[in-house]
Design a protein around this ligand. Sequence first.
Ligand SMILES: Cc1ncc(C[n+]2csc(CCOP(=O)(O)OP(=O)(O)O)c2C)c(N)n1
Length: 395
Amino acid sequence: MQRPEKELIKLLKEEGVDFACSLPCEKIRTLLDIVSGTFFHVPLTREEEGVGICAGAALSSRRPAMFVQSSGVGNMINALLSLTGFYRFPLTLFVSRRGVYREKIAAQFPMGLRLPSILRGAGIPYSVIDSRNDFEGMKKKLAGVYKNDTMHAFLMSPALWEEVACGTEDTEYRERDERYGFHVPPNPPLVRRELKWSRVSPPRLTRYEILDAVAPYLDSKVVVCNLGFPSKELFSIKHQSSTFYMLGSMGMVTPIGLGIALTSDKQVVVIDGDGSLLMNPGTLATVAYFAPENLTILAIDNSSYGSTGNQPTLTGSCVDLELVAKGFGIKETLKVSTSRQISGVMKSPHKGLRFIHILALPGNKDVPNISIDHLEIKRQVRDFVRSGNICTGMI
Ligand SMILES: Cc1ncc(C[n+]2csc(CCOP(=O)(O)OP(=O)(O)O)c2C)c(N)n1
């Protein structure tokens, strides 16, 4: 028996799918590896942009499919309705459905569990795929999508990928390619290009080492930390009740920090990531406009979606986040990569908005989950923010 991922890809190829967009979920990391080596593949910064890209691809007769997490569907709904549905573009969504099977991240429940009713309410047809037995019905629906210019969401349980895999090797895979007579040349894998700055200041530390260097300077500050491994790592290095550990809502770290900075007199440190900033870069314009002087943004840039398996982001090939911040109008920006530089920046007395671009090596530290409940996290941070807060805010 072959791996379910390969069986699924075979099905897609049989139905002529030849164009894919994705934003990673850890549960489908193997599937995504195969997708990117098989189809023309566009890695996304936000799921919503994929809806537009796929509509464009469909205009030139491609058969597009998207691979996203259930939370990502929340980022797509308007585009799915007012673009894909409205103009009748064909689109299949392969959704890694969270919150339904051995879920360890509580923040995945709200979207994951409600997804079917959200899709029903939006009038988007869907099927639940719990095991490879459900692949049979998938074939007909896929054919219908591309024949009738409709959309369909396949909600894939993580249980699907746990089935015993007896490994189909690549030769078998290639033979099948030939048998079905299609060959879509895959686009080359994302190349990490030498950026100008990487010669000046190459990354030296992992995210964990960076957090370790930053931690001594977080006392008495409100900290808002990126979801996934960044929060878990910071929690294991140093927990303080003024740290808001984000457990879901990718792309919202800087907006949350901005909200606190605008309405309190506390010093706020945001610990963001390159993947998350690329998902919602416009927030830097809002930050620049208000320029709260009590806000520091640490953008830990490991050029990857570290928490979902280190899939590359575009900061490793063409985006310089410091220039992005500058371009949006943040005046004081800095690029650092060593512990000395990091401590230097963190301990220097300073007033004013700062964006610190910290170059990092990919990699996650094996640390336990955060042991505090999300409501308790909120309560602790709220109490801290409100304590001795004499300022009613800038707005
Ligand atoms: C809307 C949405 N899409 C995808 C995910 C899955 N996801 C969780 S963490 C993460 C990676 C975040 O990358 P980055 O901000 O660069 O931080 P890193 O883990 O690399 O430190 C992704 C893609 C999600 N939680 N929400």
